[in-house]
Design a protein around this ligand. Structure first.
Ligand SMILES: Nc1ncnc2c1ncn2[C@@H]1O[C@H](COP(=O)(O)OP(=O)(O)OP(=O)(O)O)[C@@H](O)[C@H]1O
Ligand SMILES: [Mg+2]
Length: 505
């Protein structure tokens, strides 16, 4: 099916999120939508899926104008969408989630689960998805949850599938599996609109690439005509340095000393086992590893969110293990959490308020009787400007920001605090290439100001680019700590569980 968006304009107050946007998606095509954070990609897709009504413009299917006023209309016209933030119900199982809203009823009101589960398995087989229909969503890895979202869309007979940053939350391994899925969907004749900030994926998958900037389409190209540099320049409107410039670290005193910590996960399984390491002032320790090897629990222990079952965590000589989160914050530990939606932000509050979360005791933001609203506002204005957070103003609720701009709010807040130790999980998840460049520079600057830094990232590029030393986590333990000159093959072997002695370093 051929899909066309013609002259789409969408305003939020005075902000023009989409301006006269044209987009044509041909049958069986993978169409990549590329653009800076806040360029208007999700807005455009939300219009196509009926979640937003455009102020101007038309949607055409097979050259006929159609009316899409809500997702039901969209589904009826064969449009399916997997959102930037998943919409599955965590405590339901796979079948329940897939049939939610379109339950096949036997004689009313009995839902025919058996038939639904069978249909789901058929569909999964058709596309070679491995899936257990009875599994509870919250127990599934992110990559599998995403397959459930895709199955849900396919179960409604979608011919056009919109995927809004599906790979942002995937590990490199899951991304490879995902690419295979996309290709097989394409082969079966589906059209796919694929949003991503990872230029390598765009070049590997796209048939056609549309680039947006500031709400407008600034170019249409193909992988044959473009390369990473060209795409980056088109998106951001200037040259982007895709490498990180950084001088060698000059490490000072030990800031963080971790000795023999054990940490249990929710299910009581030991996911961090006897881990010891130190981080000095002025250096970046990058933690590499396949997701699920203890990274999450390690970071939670280091930030006070989870109590280790044994071991010591000392910051500048002060023991913190077992203390409440407040003490970790007060000791000067900054934290960019991997799940910004759940821990990093209060979406209903303004940008300014989110930029001072957890800092309301700071004398800078207090007056004699409560909060210093003027200082909070000024801080908001300054950080919005400095970190290029795209919004109408600092008063806007964070929920109205684009995904990447939400991430910028969390980064701006944590990087602007008075810190001894900064811990960032997936610091550039969802950021456009220009913003990644900027954030990497900020992290190096913080290192150079004498802060100890820990980066946890599933992006090997980021680990190698930022780390002064790289700690590889495997099965809850540090497999080795190696220099950033270590080859990818060697890192890959360590991440897969080879012992350092077995890898020629
Ligand atoms: N409900 C809303 N109310 C007000 N402004 C909004 C709303 N939704 C989006 N915007 C604004 O519209 C602009 C475009 O946002 P959109 O989410 O489409 O960007 P995006 O291209 O998807 O960016 P990202 O790569 O960061 O996800 C942003 O400036 C955003 O703040
Ligand atoms: Mg978006």
């Amino acid at each position: 099916m051929k899909l066309e968006l013609r002259g789409i304009t969408k305003r939020f107050g005075t902000l023009v999120a989409n301006h006269d946007v044209n987009l044509v998606v041909n049958p069986g095509e993978i169409h990549c939508l590329l653009g800076e954070n806040g360029a208007g990609k999700s807005t455009l897709m939300n219009i196509l899926y009926g979640l937003l009504i455009p102020d101007e413009g038309q949607i055409l299917i097979d050259d006929e104008v159609v009316t899409i006023r809500d997702p039901k209309d969209a589904v009826g016209h064969g449009v399916g969408m997997v959102h930037q933030h998943f919409m599955l119900i965590p405590v339901f199982n796979v079948v329940d989630n897939v049939i939610l809203g379109s339950e096949p009823v036997k004689p009313w009101p009995v839902i025919d689960y058996k038939a639904a589960a069978a249909r789901l398995l058929d569909l999964a087989n058709e596309y070679n998805f491995e899936i257990d229909p009875q599994a509870t969503i919250e127990n599934l890895p992110i990559g599998t949850q995403q397959r459930v979202e895709i199955l849900k869309a396919l179960s409604h007979h979608a011919s056009v599938l919109i995927l809004d940053e599906p790979t942002a939350v995937l590990t490199p391994q899951e991304t490879d599996a995902f690419m295979v899925i996309l290709r097989s969907l394409k082969e079966s004749g589906k059209s796919i609109i694929f949003i991503t900030h990872k230029l390598r994926e765009v070049l590997a998958l796209a048939d056609v690439i549309t680039v947006m900037r500031l709400g407008e389409v600034v170019g249409v190209t193909t992988p044959a005509q473009a390369d990473e540099r060209k795409l980056a320049t088109m998106m951001v409107g200037r040259d982007v340095n895709l490498m990180v410039d950084k001088a060698p670290a000059s490490p000072g005193e030990v800031v963080l000393d971790v000795r023999g910590i054990y940490v249990e996960d929710e299910r009581g399984l030991t996911s961090v086992k006897n881990v010891s390491f130190e981080v000095r002032a002025g250096e970046i320790l990058a933690v590499a590893g396949v997701q699920g090897n203890g990274q999450t629990e390690l970071v939670e222990a280091l930030t006070g969110m989870r109590r280790p079952s044994a071991g010591r965590i000392t910051l500048n000589g002060v023991e913190l293990a077992g203390e409440p989160v407040r003490r970790f914050l007060d000791a000067g530990i900054g934290h960019v959490p991997e799940d910004r939606q759940r821990y990093g932000l209060v979406p209903t509050l303004s940008i300014s308020d989110n930029l001072v979360l957890d800092q309301l005791d700071d004398p800078r933001f207090r007056r004699r009787f409560g909060r210093n609203l003027k200082a909070i506002k000024n801080n908001g204005v300054q950080l919005v400007e400095r970190y290029d957070i795209r919004a109408q103003s600092e008063e806007v609720a964070v929920s109205a920001l684009s995904g990447g701009n939400q991430q910028k709010v969390v980064m701006a807040r944590e990087l602007s605090r008075e810190l001894k130790l900064l811990i960032c999980s997936q610091p550039t998840r969802g950021l456009d290439v220009g913003s990644v460049e900027f954030m990497h520079r900020q992290i190096v600057a913080i290192r150079d100001s004498g802060v100890a830094v820990i980066i946890v990232s599933s992006e090997l590029d980021e680990v190698v680019a930022l780390g002064d030393r790289i700690a590889v986590l495997y099965d809850g333990d540090i497999q080795a700590i190696v220099p950033p000159t270590t080859s990818r093959e060697e890192l890959g072997l360590l991440m897969a569980g080879a012992r350092a002695e077995q890898v020629t370093l």
